[in-house]
Design a protein around this ligand. Structure first.
Ligand code: G3H
Length: 531
């Protein structure tokens, strides 16, 4: 247990100044709320002499009412005005300018946003700053991709006697809900392309990771016309459900759990009107073949299963190891897990506290259930440190009757399953409700070739001798079954938030079409090139 203490040193760091946030953004106005509020606490805290853990206080945020949520929807509807509003019909250059101004203002808030992100969700310091920088890059890349899309839409075709111009048009009012594990990046990966394409948005931050967004509220107000982006704070069931019930939402954009998105979709009275852009849960498997480089596999599986404590939708959440190497792999893996350190995110430790209430208990439940059914925790340091800190547990051998075999743990418990034939693994993947990614580990060409061909129609990304991940952001990010609806990436998200729209006429109208285009009076019928 000596090692355990060495690997868990929660040094104290000064928390940022508390933020008592009371505003929300509707119709271009930052309004003040004097109703119910939520006290915001960090997952980091202190243990007093009597052994009681208390979380560090970070501030407060509004718990807005359903009425305010509906007011935000009304503002978004008004700004969209059935596709005839200023923003959905604006020149592409105007949207580019607004987004450029926004990203410039955002960059001035790097320190504030990243630091609060670290304190609110316990993402280590370098990852918190990386999340900010990656988001800024994503916005800049989205602007460039949007310009390219506009350039392509500036072409007028003439074929089979028909003159036509094709552009992508907005879909309408978007309800945007982000996750707590990437409260900035994943949320903005929905919000930014939705806005860029001319939609209007009601955006509600996740349950954790709220205060970090407050330094950006002024920038949203300043850069976008009234009603184009409306930001509300509070509980999903109070705000999102009544908004969906109106039937006025055209796109549900959500990164989170499928049961949340299903519950919201069910509220919508006009299902064919509703588009869904969803990034959902997954149970990405790592498959270690007998001919794998085990040291490389261990390194990648540690990174894949435990970076940000396993709280990534792309995390490796189950490891299948061939029987011939399972003992060696499990030992190496368990030893490597015990070498990790759990500490304060400001010290950049790999492992950090867990923001979700009840998460430590949930991890303990998985272990209890697996132990009762025959698995063992095979690393020495596993287990609870305090109310929010849990050193990862490696469970071996895990079998099909255990909860951890099927459920997404989204946390620091790593199940290892021993397999004899690849068919057992393929059955598990086929039976699973998820289909996002997988990682395959082998040093042999034949094994990789056959594994790739077996996997590509089960998941949407196969990683060879590497952990699963979303990035780089130009790659399509999607999933089968309960893991996603639609595709995200710099390129794809602009398409997911828009629809192809054609203006056409027969050749007899060419003179008229030409004069409309050259008059510069239409923002759609233009051949201007956005450079
Ligand atoms: O939570 C899911 C994220 O999309 C994972 O992204 O692979 O970059 O950590 P990542």
């Amino acid at each position: 247990m000596e090692n355990r203490e060495e690997n868990m040193q929660m040094l104290q760091h000064a928390a940022p100044a508390t933020v008592k946030w009371s505003q929300y953004l509707i119709d271009g106005h930052l309004k003040s709320w004097d109703g119910e509020i939520e006290q915001v606490y960090s997952p980091m805290g202190q243990v007093s002499n009597d052994g009681k853990f208390s979380r560090t206080y970070l501030g407060e945020s509004p718990l807005l009412s359903s009425e305010i949520g509906l007011e935000a929807l009304t503002a978004a509807k008004k700004a969209y005005n059935n596709g005839r509003g200023h923003w959905p019909t604006s020149a592409a250059s105007e949207r580019v300018e607004a987004m450029q101004k926004f990203v410039e203002l955002m960059e001035t808030k790097r320190e504030e946003v990243s630091t609060m992100l670290m304190w609110e969700i316990a993402k280590n310091k370098s990852a918190a700053f990386k999340e900010f920088d990656r988001t800024v890059d994503y916005i800049r890349d989205t602007i460039e991709e949007f310009k390219e899309l506009q350039r392509r839409g500036s072409h007028i075709a003439s074929k089979d006697g028909i003159i036509s111009q094709i552009r992508r048009g907005p879909l309408g009012v978007v309800l945007c809900l982000g996750p707590y594990n990437y409260p900035l990046n994943e949320t903005f990966c929905l919000l930014i392309p939705a806005l860029m394409m001319g939609n209007t948005v009601v955006f509600k931050p996740a349950k954790y990771g709220v205060l970090l967004l407050t330094p950006l509220m002024e920038a949203f107000k300043e850069c976008f016309p009234p009603g184009v982006v409306n930001i509300v704070f509070g509980r999903g069931r109070t705000l999102a459900a009544p908004i969906m019930k109106t039937g006025d939402v055209d796109v549900l954009a959500l990164i989170g759990a499928s049961n949340s998105s299903n519950a919201l979709v069910e509220q919508h009275p006009k299902l064919n009107r509703l588009r869904q852009v969803l990034g959902l849960e997954a149970k990405n498997p790592g498959i270690i073949f007998p001919d794998a480089d085990l040291d490389l596999a261990v390194k990648e599986c540690i990174n894949g299963s435990l970076s940000y404590n396993g709280q990534r939708c792309t995390a490796l959440k189950i490891l299948f190891v061939h029987k011939s190497v399972s003992q060696v792999f499990s030992k190496k893996f368990a030893d490597a897990v015990d070498q990790l350190t759990l500490g304060h995110p400001a010290d950049n430790t790999t492992l950090t506290p867990l923001p979700e209430r009840g998460k430590v208990e949930a991890m303990e439940d998985y272990i209890k259930d697996a132990e009762e059914k025959g698995a063992k925790v095979i690393n020495n340091n596993a287990g609870r440190l305090d109310d929010t800190s849990f050193f990862p547990a490696v469970l071996f051998p895990v079998s099909t009757d255990m909860k951890i075999y099927h459920e997404e743990q989204f946390g620091p418990v790593v199940p290892i399953v021993e397999y004899d034939s690849l068919e057992e693994v393929m059955d598990c993947i086929a039976d699973s409700d998820y289909g996002q990614q997988c990682s395959i580990f082998s040093a042999k060409e034949d094994t990789i070739a056959s594994a790739v061909d077996n996997m590509v129609n089960q998941v949407c990304r196969v990683n060879i001798n590497a952990s699963c991940q979303r990035g780089p952001d130009y790659l399509p990010f999607t999933g089968r079954k309960d893991s996603a609806v639609a595709t995200l990436s710099v390129h794809d998200a602009l398409r997911s938030f828009s629809i192809r729209t054609v203006v056409a006429s027969d050749g007899g109208q060419s003179k008229l079409v030409g004069s409309v285009v050259s008059s510069g009076k239409s923002n759609f019928m233009t051949t201007d090139y956005l450079l």
